[in-house]
Structures are given as structure tokens and as C-alpha cells.
Design a protein. Structure first.
Length: 718
């Protein structure tokens, strides 16, 4: 029997008027199906309407939308491109761009979204899409174009577009960093800090212009109670730069840079570091406010170019002080203020790194999230010249000595590791996971694999389990209950006795040889609570570089998602071991004792999602570190078993658990001490833009820079 809709369509009057009425009826039915979420039915109706009105661009766009909702991505792309061929328009380009993002075709997506903005610079959805694709620097009229906002406000017909433009105008793409700096001024800290400061400047092996820049920047300081001791070598002793001490009595030359005298604070730095006028005042303020043994700030790099003037680029925005971060970060702070008792005995990079890391481990170091210094680079004009024999011999053309990262010390034991892998069927994927663990372990015999079977039904799975148990490769624990990730893992721990645990997804494959030693190394550190790994998609793009908090309105997200394997991100953060706010539950290593002390995963509140974030927040609330171990790598297929959150039911459940996380942790789930507050974390990707930091925000950061969350609930109160 034909449907009532079909009967009405086939009995419509013929002729031009009848054709229009029939087309309108079909479009109305298509819109009804769309509004009710019947995507495939809506797609077929829009397809019919587009066939009847082939030049109606809107119908082709709607057809693409419905095909996309129905998961028919190839057909959706074809519809969007047909609409663009009929008449290029911003909406079709925008929808195509979003479709390409979901398929991982970021380069094509950026081109499509840029085309949309070329046609409609104020298109809010296209602007958001371009940001999500990691291309904030391509936004038109915003960021580095101060007049762009006013022009956009004039032409905007939608108040939402104007609001979006205002937000964008306060955010600078990194490519516009110099313009951003020109529009921002580093203000004076609250009050008027005053203290005696001894500035130790290593002037050996640098060009005279760099030393000159450092000394003149000290003369301009708003805090005037400083003295500077500078080491010189034979070349500089006879250079005119040495005459500066004749005019400025606070400057003197010496071959000894050991911190002596009765100054309250000591600043160690290199010649070529140019201080902002309020730098010393801010460093003293940070020490006075926190009582820390060491205080340092962010910095950038400065080039003098004629006639443009000073050009700033390549900012270094530090995370909250952390022993693991400071041991591996490529760029050390350009200048550090110390209490005299904590200052390193020599000015070398290794001494500074060791002293800072030691203080950070004790919670006795702080950083100020303001760019208070710049490292001077050789000007383009000077680079065109030839080095003198002295400059060539002593390396005067080096920009800055850049230390090599120092790896975490090893303390390895051979204690057994219980690997807990929940699964439901998917034995082929599970087999690859198990094979990779045993093949890559240095001591396969200490790797005790437990498969937690949650209602598998396939005959092949039963055979696989039987064979694996008989061969001794793994054990199987059956949990015949509705899926609850947190509870399944907790039950497995109750049935285990090994001192070290690894919670692992069944859709992972280990890549790192000797991964078992590396886990043992990290868990042997007294301050380490949890350890996560660097996870890659099968195409070798990054799937997990740590979990960042406060992103996308507060939703915890993976850092570096989708970037190339070689992309290290700011300060190579995705390529090195460091402390993070959280790591994914797809790979978490922990001591059994720690797991029990934390009360295990919260199986009541977080059956599916955010149990890992809650677990990490609880570990940090007890003073333990959550480590992103970049030297442990695995492939992660991500959600191959459970699937993605792509239905209304899954999305509603995910939101409910997210709301519970917010209720329990409040603002702590919005704060990430591993992310400097200069970085934008309110879009789909972190680190795609920067914002100005006010004196109030910098002071607030000083008050809460520790990795331990404050205001956390008492253990067991949830």
C-alpha cells in the first residue's frame, strides 16, 4: 500500500502551478522529517525536491545536511559541491568544511571555510569552524587587524556575528604576536614592590650589542634598587660597551658570578636578555606574595630591524612550575629571581635547570604568566655582515645557548604489572593488543594480562579465551553485568594482587620497546600517582598528548588531537614527559596502593565517561602528580568497541556525566596548571591563539599555580 504522502504527490494537478505546489508540498514534508530527526527520509524528500527545482541552492544544501546526518558522507559532499557549482555561497562552503573536518581532511576543510569567509567575513559558524580546524590565523578582519572589528560591526547584520567578532578581536593568532605586543602593555604589579636585587649577567661569548641591550633595559627599570655584576672576557673588556659602567655606578665587572653580598634577591640571566621596565618589580612582587625560593616569567624573542623597529616573536609561555616539565622543557626561563640561599653557585644552564627543578619538586618555585623579558636576536642587517676573527673564534653570532632536555632519572624494578583489559568480543583487535604488549616488553613474564569479559557472545571469542588461558598468555575474568567501565576495572583490581597496574583499552597496540621498564621507572618515583602514554591514531597522527581542562567551555579534551606525529606543539609539549592535569583512561598506569587509597574509579557517578578525569583530579588533590609519559607510545583506534557519542542518547548521557563532574569539582575542572593562561583554551583546539593577561589574572595565577587542586571534596564524600 502506498503512503498518504505518495498518494498526494501523484494526484497533484499537472502544469506549472501544479508543479510548484507539488514541489512545495515535498519540501514541507522534507522539513518535517528533518525537524523530527528522520534523516534518511528527509534526504530522499530533499533529493526529490532538488530534482524538481535543480537550480535551488538551498535544497542542495539541505540535501547535503541530511545525507551528513544519515552518515552518508560521500553523498553529502557531492550535494554541497553541487550547490557551490550552482552559486558559490558561504553556507555551502561552511557545511562542506565541517563535513571535511569530521573526515579528518583538515587541509581541505580550511580551504572550504576560508572560501566561506571570503564571501561572508562575519559568518559565525565558518569562523568557529576555522578555529576548530586550528587555523585561527586565517580569520579575516580579526586578530592583528585593529580596524577590522569596527568594519565588521558596520557590515554585520547579525548581533551574534558582532559578538563573535569582538571576541576574536581580543584574541591574537600567534602569527600576529608582534602586533599583539604593540597593543598590550605590561602594567606595574599591585603596590610598589621594593627590595635590593643583585643581577648576575653572564657576558661571556656574546656580542657587545646584546650586553648593551641588557644593561640599558636595567637602567629603565621602575624598581631602581638593583646592582648588576657582569662577567666579561678579554674582547669585551676593551670594547666601548665596558664604558657603560663609568656612567652607571650600579654596574660593575667581575670574573666571579657567585651570589654574594647582602641583597635580598639574586637574578641570574644571560647577556642579550632585555627586561621590560616593570620586570624586576614583578619578580620581587611574585617572591613577596608567595614566599617562593625562585620566581621566573615568560619571555619572547626580539629582533631589531630598520626601519620597522623592534619585532617580537616566538613567545615561550611556561606551565606552572613542575619538576618533570622543567627537566625536559627546551627553553629555560630567560631570567630567574632567587632568594639568595637558593641561587645556583654557577650561572650555567645545567645549574639553573637543576636548581629550578629541585625547588619545583618542593613546591618552592612560581612563574608569573607575563612576558617580562625578551631574548635579543641578531638583526637582519647584521646577519649580512662578515664575522670578525674574534667573533668567529668565540662564537659571538650564537643567538642563545639552548640546553638539551634532561631525561628523568631511572629507578627500575622487576615487580609484576597487572594489565587490565575490558572487552566485549572484538577478539581480533584484542589479540593484536595482547601480542604487542608481550612482544614489546623487556620482561614478558612479569606482564600479567587479565581480560575482563563483559558479555561477549561470539563463538570465536570463546575459543580465543580458552586458547589464551591454556597457553598462559592471559587470564579471563567474567563480569556478566551491564557495561560500567569504572566498575569493571575496580572488580578486576579486587581479583588481582600485583603491585603495579595498567588499565588499558582493547583497541590499543603497544609501540614502545621496553614499555614495562618505563612504567616501573615512573611508578618508582615517590611523587608520581598516575602515568599516561602518548597515543597515536593508526594513521600516526596524535590521538592523546595529555588531557587539557577548561577547553571548549570546560569539556576535558585531548591535547594535540589530530596533529602530525612530528608536531610537538608549544615548547615541544607533546614530545616530552611532563606533569598534566589529566590523562585518558585508555592507558593509565598506577600503583595498586595508590588505586586503593583513591578508592578506585567512581563507578556510581561515572560509568562511561570522565571517570579518568575524576580519578586524576583525586590523585592530584592528594598531592600526587599525573604524568604524561611521551616516551611510551601506543596506537589507539579509539572507541572501536563502544562507538562514538553520535546519537542523542549517547550525547545526553555524556552531558549528564559531565554535569556531575562539574558538580563535584566546580572550578577545578576548568583550571589547568599545565597550560599558561596566555593560551586560548576556549575553542575546539588549545594553543591556536593567545590573549592578554591582566595584572589581576597574573596575580590570581600566582595564588594557585600548584598542580594540586584546591577546594576538592573530602575523600569518600561523593
Amino acid at each position: 500500500m502506498k503512503s498518504g504522502l505518495w498518494s498526494r504527490l501523484t494526484t497533484m494537478p499537472v502544469g506549472q502551478a501544479g508543479g510548484r505546489r507539488r514541489a512545495n508540498l515535498i519540501r514541507g514534508q522534507a522539513e518535517t522529517a528533518r525537524d523530527q530527526g528522520r534523516w534518511r527520509e528527509a534526504a530522499e524528500l530533499f533529493q526529490t525536491h532538488a530534482g524538481m527545482r535543480p537550480k535551488r541552492v538551498g535544497s542542495w544544501i539541505q540535501l547535503g545536511n541530511m545525507r551528513k546526518q544519515a552518515g552518508e558522507h560521500e553523498a553529502a559532499e557531492s550535494a554541497y559541491r553541487h550547490a557551490i557549482a550552482l552559486r558559490p555561497n558561504a553556507e555551502a562552503w561552511t557545511q562542506l568544511g565541517h563535513l571535511l573536518i569530521t573526515q579528518g581532511r583538515n587541509g581541505e576543510a580550511v580551504d572550504a571555510l576560508k572560501a566561506a569567509l571570503d564571501l561572508s567575513p562575519g559568518h559565525r559558524v565558518a569562523r568557529e569552524g576555522l578555529i576548530a580546524a586550528g587555523a585561527r590565523g586565517l580569520l579575516p578582519l580579526g586578530g592583528g587587524d585593529p580596524g577590522g572589528l569596527n568594519r565588521l560591526l558596520v557590515v554585520s547584520r547579525d548581533i551574534d556575528d558582532a559578538i563573535a567578532a569582538a571576541v576574536d578581536a581580543s584574541i591574537a593568532p600567534l602569527a600576529f604576536y608582534d602586533q599583539f605586543c604593540r597593543a598590550q602593555a605590561v602594567t606595574h604589579p599591585p603596590g610598589r614592590p621594593s627590595a635590593s636585587v643583585l643581577v648576575l649577567i653572564d657576558g661571556r661569548g656574546v656580542s657587545p650589542d646584546r650586553l648593551r641591550a641588557s644593561l640599558l633595559s636595567l637602567v629603565d627599570q621602575t624598581l631602581t634598587t638593583w646592582t648588576a655584576v657582569v662577567t666579561l672576557d678579554g674582547f669585551l673588556e676593551s670594547h666601548p660597551v665596558a664604558s657603560l659602567a663609568l656612567m652607571e655606578p650600579r654596574i660593575r665587572w667581575s670574573n666571579d658570578l657567585s651570589p654574594t653580598g647582602d641583597a635580598a634577591f639574586v637574578v641570574t640571566t644571560d647577556a642579550g636578555v632585555v627586561f621590560r621596565p616593570t620586570a624586576l618589580a614583578w619578580l620581587v612582587f611574585g617572591a613577596d606574595r608567595t614566599g617562593a625560593g625562585a620566581v621566573y616569567s615568560d619571555h619572547d624573542h626580539l629582533t631589531e630591524a630598520w626601519p620597522q623597529g623592534e619585532i617580537r616573536a616566538d613567545p615561550v609561555f611556561f606551565a606552572a612550575p613542575d619538576v618533570y616539565d622543567l627537566r625536559t622543557v627546551p627553553d629555560l626561563p630567560a631570567a630567574v629571581l632567587w632568594k639568595q640561599a637558593h641561587a645556583p653557585s654557577s650561572p650555567g644552564d645545567a645549574s639553573v635547570r637543576d636548581a629550578l627543578a629541585a625547588l619545583a619538586q618542593k613546591g618552592d618555585a612560581v612563574n608569573i604568566p607575563l612576558v617580562l623579558a625578551s631574548v635579543k636576536r641578531l638583526s637582519p642587517q647584521a646577519r649580512m655582515g662578515l664575522p670578525s676573527p674574534q667573533e668567529a673564534a668565540d662564537g659571538y653570532l650564537e643567538v642563545l645557548r639552548r640546553p638539551s632536555p634532561v631525561h628523568v632519572a631511572s629507578t627500575v624494578d622487576d615487580s609484576p604489572i597487572k594489565v587490565v583489559i575490558p572487552t566485549r568480543d572484538a577478539c581480533e583487535m584484542l589479540s593484536a593488543c595482547i601480542d604487542s604488549l608481550l612482544d614489546k616488553a623487556r620482561l614478558p613474564e612479569r606482564v600479567r594480562i587479565m581480560i575482563v569479559d563483559n558479555r561477549s557472545i561470539e563463538a570465536d571469542t570463546r575459543g580465543f579465551f580458552l586458547e589464551g588461558q591454556m597457553s598462559g598468555r592471559f587470564s579471563v575474568m567474567t563480569v556478566d553485568e551491564p557495561f560500567n567501565w569504572a566498575r569493571i576495572n575496580n572488580l578486576a583490581v579486587e581479583a588481582a594482587s600485583e603491585p603495579n597496574l595498567l588499565f588499558l583499552n582493547n583497541d590499543t597496540e603497544m609501540l614502545t620497546q621496553g614499555w614495562d621498564d618505563r612504567i616501573s621507572t615512573y611508578l618508582a618515583q615517590d611523587d608520581v600517582g598516575l602515568v599516561g602514554a602518548r597515543l597515536l591514531y593508526p594513521d600516526r597522527t596524535l590521538q592523546h598528548g595529555g588531557v587539557v581542562l577548561g577547553l571548549g567551555g570546560g569539556t576535558p579534551r585531548h591535547e594535540g588531537l589530530g596533529v602530525s606525529e612530528s608536531d610537538g606543539g608549544p615548547s615541544a609539549r607533546w614530545l616530552r614527559t611532563r606533569s598534566v592535569a589529566a590523562v585518558t583512561g585508555a592507558f593509565i598506569a598506577v600503583r595498586r596502593q595508590t588505586h586503593q587509597m583513591l578508592g578506585g574509579f567512581d563507578e556510581l557517578n561515572f560509568a562511561i565517561a570522565y571517570n579518568d578525569v575524576d580519578y586524576c583530579l583525586r590523585a592530584r588533590s592528594q598531592g600526587m602528580k599525573v604524568i604524561y609519559a611521551a616516551d611510551i607510545e601506543a596506537i589507539h583506534h579509539e572507541s572501536r568497541t563502544r562507538g562514538l557519542n553520535d546519537t542523542r542518547g549517547k550525547m545526553a548521557w555524556d552531558l549528564a556525566e559531565l554535569m556531575t563532574l562539574k558538580r563535584i569539582w566546580g572550578d577545578e575542572m576548568m583550571r589547568d596548571p599545565a597550560v599558561n593562561c596566555h593560551w586560548i583554551t576556549g575553542s575546539a583546539r588549545p594553543f591556536d591563539g593567545i590573549r592578554a593577561v591582566s595584572a589581576e589574572q597574573a596575580t590570581d595565577w600566582l595564588d594557585r599555580v600548584g598542580m594540586r587542586p584546591s577546594g576538592q571534596p573530602e575523600m569518600g564524600s561523593v
